[in-house]
Design a binder for this molecule. Structure first.
Ligand SMILES: [Zn+2]
Length: 413
């Protein structure tokens, strides 16, 4: 009996010792956490160990932690997932977004805007993906996922993207299925013709590989019917990008009287996903303002990052997210649409959240108050009074961006 009691005491003491001596690599203290997946919208501490989220609680004992970061008056969110970027950068002057100068290197533009995962939107096809993977994806600290273009060459520009002979659904699907860790969908973009075959090829590849399809609906003049696209060609879960574009060559969601077309709500009910894909020519206040007023919010806020968009109205994800704040979207909704929603859209529910055990991809934002101006792709300005600023970005437990040194040690005098 006595022996047993001693054993119990020994076990209890050991357990207590283990609990007390548990050390964290980083503890983020006192930040306002917004984690839509877990319905968290309050001040919480968060601890990181071995690149993973180790604990989330009202108060975490930071004793023994290698680093303690005070996030008081800041917002702590999952690392942002940018659903639409072009990061197959290179030096081939005539190759557009495919190993060309219109794309950008991911790490140069992601972390500074709170982004930890980017999804390349069809810059490569099955012929060019191996080069993209070797040159960019494998080299980047940012997590780079990809939609594979239905065009084998990818976004090589000009006639390459019009070549229906290079749109092989079976090959594209087989290739996508062989890279399930990186390829999350199929893309069709920039097709100018009036046939539906390219759309249907992309969807066919999506069916064969069991992946969603993202459609950048071409440049056909007169434009094709988007009602027909939504209701007859796309499946639930397929993605319509550039949703607030106003172009001659593509039908818009909002009509000339400022009304969201009725079939657009039906398409949403069917399960069509609406993605911002701001870009250099695809986001107009004349679409976004009435759509927001009539309750038609985008499912995903994404940048369509490339040289043209980052140097004009889009700038970066935190600026784009701020636009939606100033359009009247709540901060919780903005974070949902740039973290957990995109994770679900690409069927990667392990991303875009702050659950214990998840990879520690985290963004910390300040919400600045002041006088700010936001541009659309027609260079029209909307004034606003709030702006998100990326204070800190953590990727797989490592600090990769620290604007004001909240994660750094103070200077020694
Ligand atoms: Zn794009």
């Amino acid at each position: 009996m006595k022996k047993k009691l001693i054993m119990v005491i020994v076990i209890l003491c050991t357990t207590a010792w283990i609990t007390r001596s548990q050390t964290y690599d980083i503890v983020l203290k006192g930040g306002h956490m917004i984690d839509p997946k877990n319905n968290i919208d309050e001040v919480m501490d968060l601890a990181i160990a071995d690149g993973k989220i180790a604990q989330v609680a009202k108060t975490i004992d930071e004793t023994g932690a290698a680093k303690v970061i005070d996030a008081t008056n800041m917002y702590v969110t999952p690392g942002v997932i940018d659903l639409h970027v072009h990061v197959y950068y290179g030096t081939k002057a005539d190759q557009d977004y495919m190993n060309g100068p219109n794309a950008v290197p991911p790490d140069g533009f992601s972390f500074r805007a709170g982004v930890t995962t980017v999804v390349d939107a069809g810059s490569s096809g099955w012929r060019t993906f191996p080069d993209f993977k070797r040159q960019t994806i494998d080299m980047a600290k940012t997590r780079v996922l990809a939609f594979l273009n239905i065009v084998g060459e990818g976004m090589r520009g000009g006639p390459f993207e019009q070549n229906t002979k290079d749109m092989d659904a079976r090959k594209t699907a087989e290739f996508a299925s062989a890279h399930p860790d990186i390829i999350v969908g199929i893309k069709l973009a920039h097709y100018n013709g009036h046939e539906w075959a390219p759309t249907d090829s992309a969807v066919h590849a999506g069916i064969l590989a069991d992946l969603p399809v993202m459609i950048d609906f071409g440049g056909s003049i007169p434009p094709l019917s988007i009602e027909e696209l939504f209701m007859e060609h796309l499946r639930p879960g397929d993605i319509f990008t550039h949703c607030y574009a106003s172009l001659q060559s593509r039908e818009s969601l909002v009509d000339d009287n400022g009304k969201v077309k009725p079939f657009v709500f039906d398409a949403r009910k069917k399960g069509i996903i609406f993605d911002v894909g701001h870009g250099g020519g695809s986001f107009r206040w004349s679409q976004a303002i009435p759509a927001m007023e009539q309750g038609f919010l985008p499912d995903a806020i994404s940048s369509d990052l490339h040289i043209g968009s980052m140097n004009s109205g889009m700038k970066d994800m935190s600026n784009l997210m701020s636009k939606f704040l100033n359009l009247g979207m709540s901060l919780q909704d903005v974070i949902l649409r740039s973290t957990w929603n995109p994770a679900k859209i690409i069927h990667h529910p392990e991303l875009g959240n702050l659950s214990v055990g998840s990879e520690a991809d985290i963004a910390v934002f300040s919400l600045r108050k002041g006088n700010f101006g936001f541009l659309d792709t027609g260079n029209e300005k909307m004034e606003g009074d709030q702006k998100l600023e990326t204070e800190l970005t953590i990727r797989a437990g490592k600090i990769v961006w620290d604007l004001n040194g909240i994660g750094a040690t103070a200077i020694r005098q």
